[in-house]
Write a protein that binds this ligand. Structure first.
Ligand code: SF4
Ligand code: SF4
Ligand code: SF4
Length: 352
């Protein structure tokens, strides 16, 4: 692919044909703030925060939807650019109910972060009262549209990434808001609670219900792990405080899920801390299960398999693979049954 050469903030850079000015800048370590743009949704041109000056072009241009061209001279931080960005953020802050002190997103909010970076102390405009109903009808997600900045990320996430077609922008003018189906409470809509919209929301408009009040972003450490629910092997980021999982998000930029998760992977983590969770193998002794070491359990299984094989032949043994195991584990099980036990009695629970 041929390369384009342009200048951003006095730096000569090269980028691939078809790239936007925003992508070209980011590739080269030049920060341009955005609220609506997300690399996974690619939906752009809504928040206007990424405006830049381009020599020879009138006014300010929106860098997320401006194609980079050879010879372009772009400036990302002139006085006019900064003043425009400040006004955009001030308008967002005055058009909504933003009480950061009590907001779950405090410390992880892209709107708050943009205001901080631009040095905005208090919005210059009076607050436009917003009184959208607080929707906690969904068992896992809270929607507070008073904190929504209408960036469309959730809509793109639901319709283009998760392909569930639940969310859309409804109503007109100042009544415009994100709606579930035909403006139903989320818990009564066709939402499948995948949480894709929550992960991509830049503000506290969408939050994970189970995480409310459990900790601030800066108190949690992030631990990357593999989901244990099925063989796909989705990569998770566990947000952990005091050794307890507060919430789970999909690991961005990582195969195979690239940030997406299903309802189980994202919200079904209570079992991790359940007191009923099995932590060691059990063997039934005198009619009662007893906890034993892994060595004892494996010796027991090996002994019984040998006994059965010697007495009845390998055809008396069947191996059933598990849909929650990885492909690799299922392959090893199949190989063990055929090569070690000597039977082709191999099946998989997902087939029944
Ligand atoms: S959504 Fe962001 S800006 Fe609004 S109250 Fe929450 S933390 Fe503050
Ligand atoms: S949780 Fe999933 S299905 Fe429900 S609205 Fe969000 S993206 Fe759509
Ligand atoms: S709910 Fe969040 S993601 Fe959706 S439009 Fe509002 S701010 Fe954007």
């Amino acid at each position: 692919m041929s390369k384009l050469a342009l200048t951003i903030d006095g730096k000569s850079i090269q980028t691939a044909e078809g790239q936007t000015v925003l992508s070209a800048a980011r590739e080269n370590g030049i920060h341009i703030p955005t609220l609506c743009y997300h690399p996974r949704t690619k939906q752009a041109g809504k928040c206007r925060l990424c405006v830049v000056e381009v020599e020879g072009l009138p006014g300010l241009r929106v860098s997320c939807s401006l194609e980079a061209k050879t010879g372009m001279v772009v400036r990302t931080n002139t006085e006019q650019v900064i003043e425009t960005r400040k006004m955009i953020i001030e308008l967002y802050l005055s058009n909504g109910k933003h009480n950061c002190l009590a907001c779950e997103a405090n410390g992880a909010c892209e709107l708050q972060d943009a205001a901080y970076r631009l040095g905005i102390d208090k919005p210059a405009f009076p607050e436009i009262p917003k009184d959208k109903p607080y929707d906690d009808s969904c068992p896992m997600i809270i929607r507070d549209m008073n904190k929504c900045i209408q960036c469309y990320r959730c809509i793109e996430a639901c319709n283009s990434i998760a392909v569930n077609d639940v969310l859309d922008m409804g109503f007109r003018g100042s009544s415009m808001t994100v709606v579930c189906d035909t403006d139903k409470p989320m818990g009564k809509s066709s939402c499948v609670v995948c949480g894709e919209c929550v992960q991509l929301c830049p503000t506290g408009a969408l939050t994970e219900k189970k995480a409310v009040g459990k900790g601030r972003a800066w108190e949690m450490k992030t631990i990357k792990t593999t989901c244990g629910y099925c063989g796909v092997g989705c990569q998770l980021d566990l947000h952990v405080k005091d050794n307890r999982i507060i919430k789970v998000t999909g690991a961005e930029n990582t195969a195979p899920n690239y940030g997406s998760l299903c309802v189980k992977g994202r919200f079904g983590y209570d079992y991790v801390h359940s007191p009923e969770r099995l932590k060691s193998p059990l063997i039934k002794k005198d009619g009662k299960f007893e906890e034993v070491s892994w060595d004892e359990a494996l010796d027991f299984v090996a002994g019984r398999l040998t006994e059965i094989k010697d007495k009845y032949g390998p055809g008396a043994i069947v191996g059933i693979g598990c849909a929650r195991s990885t492909n690799e584990s299922n392959y090893v099980m199949m190989k063990f049954m055929r090569a070690v036990i000597g039977t082709n009695n191999v099946d998989h629970c997902a087939r029944t």
